[in-house]
Design a protein around this ligand. Structure first.
Ligand code: ADP
Ligand code: GN1
Ligand code: MG
Length: 363
């Protein structure tokens, strides 16, 4: 992107304390909520880069509280890895805004932040190997472990009831009843699929599992894997780090790291839960998380994959029925395609859930 192609992005990049001349800023990544840019600065012949983000404040209604969470979490994690020679790549580092603090608010009322760009590591939109599943899960488990002793106060809920699946289900029922976009007739098989599994929504609510500091958006493209070693270098996308259940994080890993198809794959014959990937994922997660998980939490892991895949599926369906107001779409019916992929994966998990439980119990 030419710099003069988007003045607000260039102005936002310059609002952070980065030395040198801004030479470029281009859209980056494939997230559904925020807008991310990679900005490049040049000074005395050398380059530095940052990851600049416009926070979607229609979804994250309190960016100040959100950034308070992220500052506390990154400071805590930074102290935990202080002795690691690779510490600068292990934890996200916020760049201060020139006007103070870590947020820049522009003339249009948009909220911006910037992170130091982590080099020599890559995110993957779909898992490619069992080792990637292992490494991603190990990193997310380590992330939870390092945050287990985050000092009080409790983190802010950046989106209340984020993984309260019964409330997500109620929102779906409301969207069906309202049919504001006139799309109910287009999604009848998916609606029937969801309604037939209403009882699944309550699987973990009220189970008495302990509240922890969790990531809550552990899809595989939210962890950077090292280009040389394949190890999970850095857990990213911290907007939803808040109190939650360990199982929610494990469930979203099952959703995105045990199926090689993309989240929006239209050829449903490619969508299935691959047991060897699940085994690697469970081993990777427990290699770090077994140090703090209670027996009841460990017991909850196997069902979590089905639950969270179902939950994200009903969220995509709700958004499709509501006229695509939440998730960014790139084609008509994109949210319906995403929903179909999730529901196909739910079916695949259902066929293997006994074996999944047995495998986790044996670890
Ligand atoms: P979103 O909320 O839109 O998913 P993310 O925070 O996940 O945004 O960032 C989008 C993409 O940008 C990520 O998938 C990753 O590839 C890349 N990314 C994010 N933070 C960094 C960073 N500090 N260094 C390098 N790449 C990053
Ligand atoms: C969104 O921001 P991104 O793309 O990492 C969503 C997650 C969903 C995910 C599905 C704040 O994550 O909950 O699981 O899309 N984030 C928010 O791909 O709603
Ligand atoms: Mg992301």
């Amino acid at each position: 992107m030419e710099l003069n192609g988007n003045k607000s992005v260039a102005a936002a990049a310059r609002a952070f304390a980065i030395e040198g001349e801004l030479t470029g800023a281009a859209p980056y990544g494939s997230g559904h909520i925020n807008d991310s840019y990679r900005a490049v600065f040049r000074r005395n012949g050398s380059q530095s880069r940052c990851l600049l983000q416009r926070i979607n404040h229609r979804i994250f209604k309190n960016p100040v509280a959100l950034m308070d969470n992220i500052e506390r979490v990154t400071a805590h994690l930074g102290a935990r890895v202080a002795a690691d020679p690779d510490r600068d790549r292990r934890v996200l580092r916020l760049i201060p805004a020139r006007e103070g603090g870590v947020l820049h608010i522009d003339a249009d009322g948009e909220y911006w932040r910037a992170y130091v760009f982590i080099d020599r590591a890559t995110t993957y939109n779909a898992v490619e190997s069992a080792d990637q599943a292992f490494q991603a899960a190990r990193a997310f488990g380590e992330f939870q472990r390092m945050l287990a002793d985050l000092p009080a106060p409790r983190l802010h809920d950046t989106i209340p009831d984020f993984h309260h699946t019964p409330r997500r289900f109620a929102a779906l029922e409301q969207a069906i009843a309202a049919d504001v976009a006139g799309r109910v007739a287009l999604a009848q098989p998916e609606i029937d699929f969801a309604l037939a599994r209403k009882s699944l929504a309550g699987a973990l609510v009220g189970a008495g599992l302990p509240e922890r500091v969790t990531h809550n958006d552990t899809k595989i493209n939210n962890v950077l894997l090292d280009d040389a070693t394949g190890e999970g270098t850095c857990v990213i996308d911290l907007d939803t780090v808040m109190p939650g259940l360990a199982a929610y994080d494990f469930g979203d890993m099952v959703r995105t790291a045990t199926c090689r198809a993309a989240e929006d794959e239209q050829d449903l014959s490619k969508v299935s839960m691959e047991f060897p990937l699940f085994e690697a994922l469970a081993r990777g997660y427990l290699s770090t998380a077994s140090r703090f998980l209670t027996p009841a939490e460990k017991e909850s892991l196997a069902v979590a994959g089905k639950l969270i895949t179902f939950e994200i599926g009903i969220r995509f369906l709700t958004d499709f029925l509501s006229g695509d107001t939440y998730f960014r779409i790139h084609r008509p019916d994109h949210n319906l395609d995403r929903c179909r992929t999730q529901f196909k994966l739910v079916e695949s998990i259902e066929r293997q859930e006994k074996a999944m439980q047995k495998y986790v119990d044996g670890l």
